[in-house]
Design a protein around this ligand. Structure first.
Ligand code: TTP
Ligand code: MN
Ligand code: MN
Ligand code: MN
Length: 380
C-alpha cells in the first residue's frame, strides 16, 4: 500500500558495538519504558531479563527515526517477545500497563529510594524491603547498623547524590583532580571518562582515569592524590581499593569477569557553589531532614578515580568510557565472534594464546575486527 512505501524500514547490526549510537535518541518513550523494566529486573536480581530489555532499548536508540508501526521492527535483532509486547502496547495504546504498574508498585518505589543511597545495592535493598522498610524514615527507625558509605549516603548527602551532576561541575572537579595529580606526580595525566566522555550533559557521578607515560611511575599514586585532596577539604568520603591485578591467582591472564582490578577510589567530593555570594533559594528542610542545598555554599558529588599503568591505558579507557551495555557487547563480540577475552586490562587471543597489545582505542577495535566507534557514538 501507499502507506507502506512511506514507512521507514530499519536495519541494525546485532551487537551494540557495531552500531553508532549517539545521544540523539528518536525513541525516548519506548526506550524509557524498556529501560524501566530493565532496571526493575536488575534490582530484582533477574540479570538475564535486565540485559534482554537493555539490548532491546539499545536497538531502538540506534534507529534514525521514531518507530510508528510494528511492521518497521521486522527483522531487527534483540527484540524478544516480551519487549515487542511492550512496544506494541505503547504504539497502540500510548502506554504499557506493565510499565505503569511496575512504576507504581510499592516494591519498585522502595527499591528506587533505597538503592538511591550511596553504598546500597539491590541485595541490601531487597533484604530491607522484606523487613518492611520502604523509606529513609523507616530505615532510620529500624535501628539497622549502616556502614560508613551508607551513613554518608543516607544521613549526609542523599539529596545531593541523587541530583544530576552537570558537565560544568565535572569540569571544575576535573581541574581540582588535575591539580592534585600534578602536585603529587608531575607528568601524570588525568582523563575524563564515563558518561561525560560520551558527551552526556549530566551524570550521576564523575569518572577520571589517571596514568603516567612512564610505566611503573603510577604505582602508589592514589593514596597521595587522596591525601592531597583530603588535606585541602575536597573529600567528604573516600574508599580506596588497591590494584589487585598482579595478585590475582591466574596472574594477569584472562581476568574472568568484567570486574577490574585497578587501584581505584570511590569518593564524595565537596564542590563549592559557582554562584556569587548569597543564597537565593528558599528551602526549609529536605524530606529526609538533611541540611538543604540552598543553605550552604557547596554540594556533594560522587567521583570515581581509577589509576592505570600506561601499558593498560587504552584498555582502561575503553572499559571505563561505557556505556555499560556497549562494554558488555564488546566483550560478548570478542568472546563469541573472535575467540578473544577483553577486559579493562588487556585483550587475549585464545587462538593464538597471546595478548594483543594496543596503545589506542582504535587499535583495540582493529584487533577485534570492528569499525572504530568514537565515544560520542557509544551511547547504547
Ligand atoms: P558509571 O559511572 O557507573 O556510568 P556512566 O558514567 O556511563 O553513567 P553516569 O552518567 O550515570 O555516571 O560507569 C562508567 C563506566 O565504568 C562504565 O562503562 C562501566 C565502567 N566500570 C567498570 O569498568 N568497573 C566498575 O567497577 C564500574 C563501577 C564501572
Ligand atoms: Mn518475558
Ligand atoms: Mn559515571
Ligand atoms: Mn562511576
Amino acid at each position: 500500500t501507499g502507506q507502506d512505501k512511506e514507512m521507514a524500514v530499519f536495519s541494525v547490526p546485532s551487537y551494540a558495538c557495531q552500531r553508532r549510537t549517539t545521544l540523539d535518541n528518536q525513541n525516548t518513550t519506548l526506550t524509557d519504558a524498556l529501560s524501566l523494566l530493565a532496571e526493575n529486573a536488575e534490582l530484582s536480581d533477574e540479570d538475564g531479563r535486565g540485559v534482554a530489555f537493555r539490548r532491546a532499548a539499545a536497538v531502538l536508540k540506534a534507529l534514525p527515526k521514531p518507530v510508528t508501526d510494528m511492521a518497521q521492527l521486522r527483522g531487527l535483532p534483540c527484540l524478544g517477545e516480551h519487549s515487542l509486547r511492550v512496544i506494541r502496547d505503547i504504539l497502540e495504546n500510548g502506554m504499557s500497563s506493565e510499565v505503569e504498574s511496575t512504576k507504581q508498585s510499592e516494591r519498585y518505589k522502595a527499591l528506587k529510594v533505597l538503592t538511591g543511597i550511596f553504598g546500597v545495592g539491590a541485595k541490601t535493598a531487597d533484604r530491607w524491603i522484606r523487613e518492611g522498610i520502604h523509606t529513609l524514615h523507616q530505615l532510620r527507625d529500624s535501628g539497622h547498623t549502616l556502614n560508613r558509605a551508607q551513613q554518608a549516603g543516607v544521613f549526609l548527602h542523599y539529596d545531593d547524590l541523587n541530583r544530576p551532576v552537570s558537565k560544568a561541575d565535572a569540569d571544575i572537579i576535573g581541574e581540582t583532580v588535575g591539580k592534585a595529580v600534578d602536585a603529587v606526580l608531575p607528568g601524570a595525566q588525568v582523563t575524563l571518562i564515563g558518561g561525560f566522555r560520551r558527551g552526556k550533559l549530566t551524570g550521576h557521578d564523575v569518572d577520571f582515569l589517571i596514568t603516567h607515560p612512564e610505566e611503573g611511575r603510577e604505582e602508589g599514586l592514589m593514596p597521595k592524590v587522596v591525601s592531597w585532596l583530603e588535606s585541602r577539604g575536597f573529600l567528604l568520603y573516600q574508599k580506596t581499593t588497591r590494584n589487585s591485578y598482579l595478585e590475582c591467582k591466574d596472574g594477569p591472564a584472562r581476568p574472568p569477569s568484567n570486574i577490574d582490578r585497578f587501584e581505584r577510589c570511590l569518593s564524595i567530593f565537596k564542590l563549592a557553589n559557582e554562584e556569587t555570594g548569597g543564597t537565593t533559594q528558599l528551602e526549609t528542610l529536605t524530606e529526609n531532614g538533611t541540611e538543604p542545598a540552598g543553605h550552604r555554599p557547596w554540594r556533594a558529588v560522587r567521583v570515581d578515580l581509577v589509576v592505570s599503568p600506561v601499558s593498560q591505558f587504552a584498555f582502561a579507557l575503553l572499559g571505563w568510557t561505557g556505556s555499560k551495555l556497549f562494554e558488555r557487547e564488546l566483550r560478548r563480540w570478542a568472546g563469541y565472534e573472535k575467540a578473544m577475552s577483553l577486559s579493562s586490562h588487556a585483550l587475549y587471543d585464545n587462538k593464538q594464546s597471546r595478548y594483543l597489545r594496543a596503545t589506542s582505542e582504535e587499535e583495540i577495535f582493529a584487533h577485534l575486527g570492528l569499525e572504530y566507534i568514537p565515544p560520542s557514538e557509544r551511547n547504547a
